[in-house]
Design a protein around this ligand. Structure first.
Ligand code: PLP
Length: 397
């Protein structure tokens, strides 16, 4: 792709080439892992390509940041040590004490903890709302104080869907930014900036990395997003990324870059397998509800069909027999691994009420006790279905 605009082309072409020109000296086609903290200067201040110190910039991280921006259709990307480190940088760089933030009432628990236990004591107030309802979001706006609307879609673990375009309008009318956590969909299935979002965040730990071998985060900023005091929100984020320092290391950046190259093919298979698992669950007598935006009776189906390429690899379902039956099912699988996290090639099963969402028990974010969450991997679908079938029978025996 030498002499070629590495941002041109379809999704997979960009995933494989954006930010990743073959090395001019050796021709190496894979970006090097620049495991270095500092760079030789050609005379004081004589930086080579701007590299001075690896908290500020590192070539492997630059390659990842350019690739992420190209995949999300944004102006600039930033890579962080974790998804939450990226979210923290967004909140503390683009908001100030006294500002107000609207968040989903079923936000990821870690995001809620960050907003409630870190941002609030710092002076940023928040209001949780049912983010699927743009009118509820409009009603939660505090004129002149709400500076950001935070969206997750699909949500964790109930796979709720929010209308990005409608929420962008509500946020922009109020002079607020729209930030979308795109972790569950991945940039392959959904590109929020094309629907009006100002910022996109990812836990690259999940689908972007895709192999459960790295913890990382990303923020991508849309073109021409202005914030008070800065012509461009990206400059402000860059300043805070360097000042706060929660950057992605070179090897972690390289792992995410490698994961992104296969994102499209992995996501297609995640979706194929999820559809087969959903079909099986719908026909199983022990299952009382299946939550998947691809189902035509899902309340967000039409919006999801408009803004997502396909409906993803995350599925949750309820077993009418109650919490103990759900817990037993999670412990009885052999191909599905009982564990937290999601988005890797291997299928994972978990009980949100006692695991990922235990911290929100007794609050308005509480999830049903008989709910099971699946991160459908890319193994053979028949093996996944057979294993679930066995586990559901064991639990009801
Ligand atoms: N956003 C969502 C939707 C998540 O599921 C997670 C982690 O599970 C995060 C953000 C936080 O990412 P990380 O664990 O990489 O900090």
């Amino acid at each position: 792709m030498t002499d070629h605009d590495s941002r041109a082309g379809g999704f997979s072409t960009r995933a494989i080439h954006a930010g990743q020109e073959p090395d001019p000296r050796t021709g190496a086609v894979v970006p090097a892992i620049y495991q270095t903290s500092t760079y030789k200067q050609d005379g004081v201040g004589g930086l080579r390509e701007g590299y001075e110190y690896s908290r500020s910039a590192n070539p492997t991280r630059t390659a990842l940041e350019e690739c992420l921006a190209a995949l999300e259709g944004g102006a600039r990307g930033f890579a962080f040590a974790s998804g939450l480190a990226g979210q923290d940088t967004v909140i503390r760089s683009l908001l100030q004490p006294g500002d107000h933030l609207v968040i989903p009432s079923d936000a990821y628990g870690g995001t809620y903890r960050l907003v409630d236990k870190v941002a609030r004591p710092w002076g940023v107030e928040h209001t949780p709302v049912a983010i699927a309802d743009p009118e509820a979001v409009r009603a939660a706006i505090r004129p002149g104080r709400t500076r950001m609307v935070w969206v997750e879609t699909p949500t964790n673990p109930l796979l709720g869907i929010a209308d990005i375009r409608a929420l962008a309008e509500v946020a922009h009318e109020a002079g607020a930014l729209l930030a979308v956590d795109n972790t569950f969909a991945s940039p392959y299935l959904q590109q929020p900036i094309a629907h009006g979002a100002d910022l996109v965040t990812h836990s690259t730990t999940k689908y972007c990395g895709g192999h459960s071998d790295v913890v990382g985060g990303a923020v991508v900023v849309a073109p021409d997003v202005a914030v008070e005091g800065f012509a461009d929100a990206a400059d402000r984020l860059a300043f805070h990324q360097n000042s706060m320092g929660a950057v992605a290391g070179p090897f972690d950046s390289w792992l995410v870059l490698r994961g992104l190259k296969t994102l499209a093919v992995r996501m297609e298979r995640h979706c194929d397998n999820a559809e087969k698992v959903v079909e099986f669950l719908q026909g199983h007598p022990a299952v009382t509800a299946v939550h998947y935006p691809g189902l035509s009776d899902h309340p967000g189906h039409e919006v999801a069909a408009r803004q997502m390429r396909r409906f993803g690899g995350m599925v949750s379902f309820q077993v009418g027999a109650g919490e103990e039956a759900a817990v037993k099912t999670c412990g009885a699988t052999q191909v599905w691994t009982l564990g937290e996290s999601l988005g890797g090639v291997e299928s994972l099963i978990e009980h949100p009420a006692r695991m990922t969402h235990a911290s929100v028990r007794g609050t308005e974010l509480e999830v049903p006790a008989d709910l099971i969450r699946l991160s459908v991997g890319i193994e053979d679908a028949d093996d996944l279905v057979d294993d679930l079938d066995r586990a559901l029978s064991t639990a009801s025996a």
